[in-house]
Structure formats: C-alpha cells, structure tokens
Design a protein around this ligand. Structure first.
Ligand code: ZN
Ligand code: ZN
Length: 256
C-alpha cells in the first residue's frame, strides 16, 4: 500500500531532524502537528460545508497540541479549551472566511491553532473536488486562493517543471519557470536564484521588482524531498533572504 501523504511528511520530518540539528526542534513540532492532522483528516468524511460538525474534534485536538507545542501556543490551546463550543464555532467560522490571507506570525497563536486544525479540512475538500482546468498562470492557489508555501521543480525532459504548493489546501499548480508568483515579473534580469552549498536541492527565488521571495525544492536533485517539510528544514536560507531585504511570500508555521 502506498504511504499516505501524512506519513510521507512525518517520515521526511524525522529524517531531516536527524540531518539538521539546528532545525530539529521545529521539525519535531511539525512532526507532532502532522500526526494530529493525519488523525483529523481521517474524520473529515461527511463534514461538507458545516464547520459545526468539526466541533467534537476540537477539544481533544487542543489538549493534544498543548502537550507538545512551545509557549505561548500551548497556553493559548489550554485557554481555548476552557471556552464554550459557541466560542469555538465562532473562531472556526471567522478564521475560515479569511484563511487564504492568513500569515502565521508570533503573537497570532489562536489563529495558528485554528489554522493547524482546519488545514486537514481544506486538504480534504481539495482532494475531493472536481479537477480544476488549467487556467492562467497564477501566484495564488486555483482552488482556495491562498498563497504558496513553497515551489517545486519536478523532472520533465532534460530540465524541471515548476509548480507551487498551496499553504492551506496543499493543491499544487503549474507556473512558468521564470515568473514571479507575487507580481508576475518575467524579466530574467529581475529574477534572482540563490543557492547554498549546505542545501543543494533548495533554492531561494527572489524578485528584485517586488522584493518577495519563495523557496523552491528541486526534486530533480533530491527525489525524497517534501516541499513543505524541506522548506522548514532550510531556515538559514530564510535568514539570508531577510538580511538581503527580501520578504517571504507566505510564512511557515513558525512565522518565518
Ligand atoms: Zn489552496
Ligand atoms: Zn515580483
């Protein structure tokens, strides 16, 4: 049987935690989160558009995440668990309306918790939708309109085909090799690619017109990589990009 995408992510996080001690803590956190999300995903059948059907899963989720999350996220989970179901439903509803625009950042712990809780729901909806016809090249997810968390290069002919991975529903969609997902810039002189010896298969793709950047994981160089996980393991590239005046198109669950 094929390993589920959740198990693939968990396994990759464990593998990378062993290889990169500086990222071990975040990868372990991600691994725990993904194990919880795998369980949530299994309970999504039949929920449809009615978020109130998710409420029975919420208190247990909060209790479990409080057991391993760093502060202040853990405290926020404990506080949220003490609230009444009407408050939870309100939090889920209000987040869901703006979910595609959400950018994790320190100080937004309650939204981060709801985001982690609703991601498997978004993925379930994306996995069970009608196929989306190829449209115009877009920097936002064609299914839910959220920003991409990372790019991917997949083997095609002699080179690689570039796509983006949605930060919310994990949909992957094709875009051109030289095209800025933030502003649509196509002038190669404005589009810079940076790599570091330490991570041969991950590149920073930055735009000198809008100053946004995204990290792209090159599967032609490492077929075992998982974009969202390898993105987390290569934090030094984020700091490098930041120091050079670039802003990340969409922050990861650490807010960087
Ligand atoms: Zn999406
Ligand atoms: Zn741009």
């Amino acid at each position: 049987m094929m390993r589920s995408k959740w198990d693939q992510r968990i396994r990759r996080a464990d593998e990378l935690a062993g290889e990169h001690p500086f990222a071990a803590e975040v990868l372990r956190f991600y691994g725990h989160v993904t194990r919880l999300q795998k369980k949530l995903y299994a309970g999504m059948a039949g929920v449809g558009a009615d978020l109130s059907l998710l409420l029975p899963l919420f208190p247990d989720f909060l209790e479990q995440i409080a057991a391993f999350a760093p502060e202040p996220v853990a405290q926020c989970a404990r506080d949220l668990k003490k609230r009444e179901p009407a408050h939870w439903l309100d939090a889920l509803d209000s987040f869901w309306r703006v979910a595609p625009q959400f950018q994790p950042e320190p100080g937004r712990a309650a939204e981060l918790l709801v985001c982690v809780f609703l991601q498997p729901y978004a993925e379930y909806l994306a996995d069970h939708r009608e196929p989306i016809p190829d449209g115009e090249t877009s920097g936002a997810c064609p299914f839910c309109s959220a920003r991409p968390v990372a790019g991917v290069l997949r083997p095609e002919g002699d080179g690689g085909k570039r796509s983006l991975v949605c930060s919310l529903c994990a949909t992957e969609w094709n875009i051109g090799r030289m095209w800025c997902p933030a502003c649509g810039e196509q002038n190669v002189e404005k589009l810079a690619v940076y790599t570091a010896d330490q991570f041969a298969h991950v590149r920073v793709e930055a735009c000198d017109t809008c100053r946004y950047y995204i990290k792209t994981v090159d599967l032609t160089k490492n077929g075992h990589a998982m974009p969202a996980v390898d993105e987390l393991a290569t934090i030094p590239l984020n700091f490098w990009a930041q120091q050079n005046g670039y802003v990340k198109l969409r922050t990861n669950l650490l807010g960087i």
